[in-house]
Design a protein around this ligand. Structure first.
Ligand code: ADP
Length: 561
């Protein structure tokens, strides 16, 4: 809530000014925003209104700064948070931003955990929080298994909507945590674990407010009176949806999504593998099964410590504060009845179909010496859920937040920095990635925690670096460790699929084939569509002309170790 009186009474030095904007211009912009969305939907951030450490968490996120800041807390700081209630209001906000050159940073739920949360890349941006008022499920088509959503719809919301409305025959696909936005996760090209887990390929149709405030609909949505916007992804002419993902070319205000019909049967499973060096063999087995679609979904190959962290902090398992050895990880794995590596997957379809699949999957994994398997139904629940029960829910699209446990591996209030390189699905590559990360993590004093999510033809290697943000040395180590890993990975030809605000420039700089041709192309698009450079400057390392060459990029520290 910000009244007009308050806007004029805030002292200049308390305002969080964006580049090129003076206090009076920022105030004028705030006044216009109050006229656009109402006083109750604008929150001005001043230097004394930043959420203190200890108050924020996943359920009560700060929207003005990154909950898990690895650099200084004030690096990625918003000047205000505005909550539009409609596409028209969103468009007006964009026009106001153009008038005063105030950068915007759109978020949907802002729960981009480990990648910066809701915080903007450039200090002083106004966070456009679409999650507060634009959070309706606009339509579900039960026959065609589609939905049309506003940005604020979380996985929990969508699931609850289907249940409340008796649409029990449709499943959703959620990532590890169910509190994020369906639309936001898709725009970040996130993934889930059912056969519909590749979120971008399961979306159908966008409505976008362009950087000049104009509103477009993509695909069939461009045809007035159509009844196929959520049914056919491409429409006519060039296909644009991709340029609105991980980008800064618009604010997406609606998105269509395909829902999975109940497959008529389901069975989750867990294979355990006893040795640290089983990883290559597991990957070799999984590639063939996945490519042939005998495994229909995106299973995960999880390291034991990730499972351990879901149950409790490191101190629950050991008094050691050193990086754990392979033997110690093995001991923890035995304590919690998992393998050193674990495959969590599921079978989808009527029983005769599942029986055939299971025979092939079981036989293939059991060729690895020491492999064992179990089903969730066989594991006692009376003293609490096991990982297999948690994965059982996730793999059938039941949203949850079990995996928040990762955060507290090093103690309560832990922070997370994500590192997510893409690897071919070969044993050799997976092992190379694992060793590369383990080496750097050991150098900086972090335990390796990671999972390989098996996509169609690649592995998303999701590495979770947990650190204590209240300890400046640990923060610095966390930042430096990932920064060095980005270069390590690039030297081996690996690139990340998504990243935290503080690594966007570095990663853009390693995708540099043919003299940075791709970045130049992105800049050409950016300058054509956003000549005033107001839409999420710096997102994915793409800066508008107004910001380029002025030192806003975050470049890795020298020397390389
Ligand atoms: P989630 O809550 O699902 O994790 P966020 O809302 O944090 O997702 O969105 C992740 C990122 O995606 C944001 O930081 C922003 O860069 C981009 N984004 C999210 N929503 C929108 C949107 N509606 N329009 C454009 N970009 C968006």
């Amino acid at each position: 809530m910000t009244t007009l009186e308050e806007i004029s009474s805030i002292e200049d030095e308390k305002l969080i000014l964006p580049p090129d904007v003076n206090p009076s211009a920022l105030r004028d912009a705030f006044v216009e925003l109050v006229h656009t969305v109402g006083a109750e939907n604008l929150q001005i951030i001043t230097s004394d209104r930043i959420m203190p450490d200890g108050q924020g968490d996943y359920f009560n996120l700060p929207k003005e700064h990154d909950l898990f800041y690895a650099m200084d807390k004030n690096t990625f700081l918003a000047s205000a948070i505005v909550a539009p209630g409609s596409v028209e209001e969103t468009s007006t906000i964009v026009k106001v931003a153009n008038k005063y050159l105030v950068p915007l940073w759109p978020v949907s739920r802002g729960r981009n955990l480990g990648y910066g949360g809701a915080a903007p890349r450039i200090r002083g941006s106004i966070v456009v929080d679409l999650g507060i008022r634009m959070n309706r499920v606009l339509n579900v088509d039960p026959k065609n298994a589609t939905a049309l959503l506003e940005p604020g719809v979380s996985y929990f919301d969508l699931h609850n909507h289907l249940q409340k409305n008796g649409i029990h025959h449709l499943w959703i696909d959620n990532p590890d945590l169910g509190g994020g936005s369906v639309l936001g996760n898709t725009l970040e090209r996130g993934a889930g674990y059912t056969p519909y887990g590749e979120h971008f390929s399961m979306h159908c149709g966008l409505e976008v407010v362009l950087p000049n405030g104009e509103i477009i609909r993509t695909g069939m949505g461009a045809l007035p009176g159509n009844n196929t916007w959520q049914l056919f992804q491409y429409g006519y002419g060039p296909y644009h949806d991709g340029i609105f993902t991980q980008s800064n070319l618009g604010i997406v205000t609606k998105m269509g999504v395909w829902l999975m019909p109940d497959p008529g049967g389901y069975q989750a499973y867990h294979f355990s593998f006893p040795r640290d060096d089983d990883l290559p063999a597991i990957v070799e087995v999984i590639r063939d099964l996945r490519l042939k679609m005998i495994i229909q979904n995106a299973p995960t190959i999880r390291n034991a410590l990730l499972d351990a962290a879901v149950y409790g902090p490191k101190s629950q398992y050991t008094s050691s504060t050193e990086v754990l050895t392979e033997e110690e990880v093995g001991e923890i794995a035995s304590k919690i009845s998992v393998g050193h590596w674990n495959v969590y997957g599921a079978l989808y379809g009527p029983k005769p179909l599942r029986d055939l699949q299971w025979e092939i999957v079981r036989t293939a994994f059991l060729t690895i010496p020491g492999a064992t398997y179990r089903f969730p139904e066989e594991v006692d629940k009376s003293s609490g859920l096991s990982i297999i029960h948690m994965r059982d829910e996730t793999l059938k699209g039941l949203p949850n937040t079990y995996e928040l446990g990762w955060l507290n591996w090093r103690g309560p209030g832990g922070s997370l920095l994500g590192f997510s390189p893409i690897s071919p699905t070969t044993g050799e590559d997976a092992n190379k990635q694992y060793q590369m990360v383990k080496k750097r993590f050991t150098q900086f004093g972090f335990d390796y925690m990671g999972t390989f999510v098996v996509g169609w033809r690649e592995l998303h290697h999701i590495v979770c670096l947990t650190f204590d943000k209240t300890n400046p040395t640990e923060r610095r180590n966390a930042h430096r460790c990932i920064s060095l890993l980005i270069d390590d990975a690039a030297r081996e030809g690996y690139g990340e699929y998504r990243t935290h605000l503080c690594f966007m420039d570095q990663i853009a700089s390693v995708y540099n084939w043919n003299g940075n041709a791709l970045l130049k192309f992105n800049e050409t698009l950016k300058d054509a569509l956003d000549p005033n450079g107001i839409m999420a400057p710096g997102k994915s390392g793409i800066w508008p002309a107004r910001f380029r060459g002025r030192g806003f990029e975050i470049v890795p520290e020298e020397p390389k170790l």
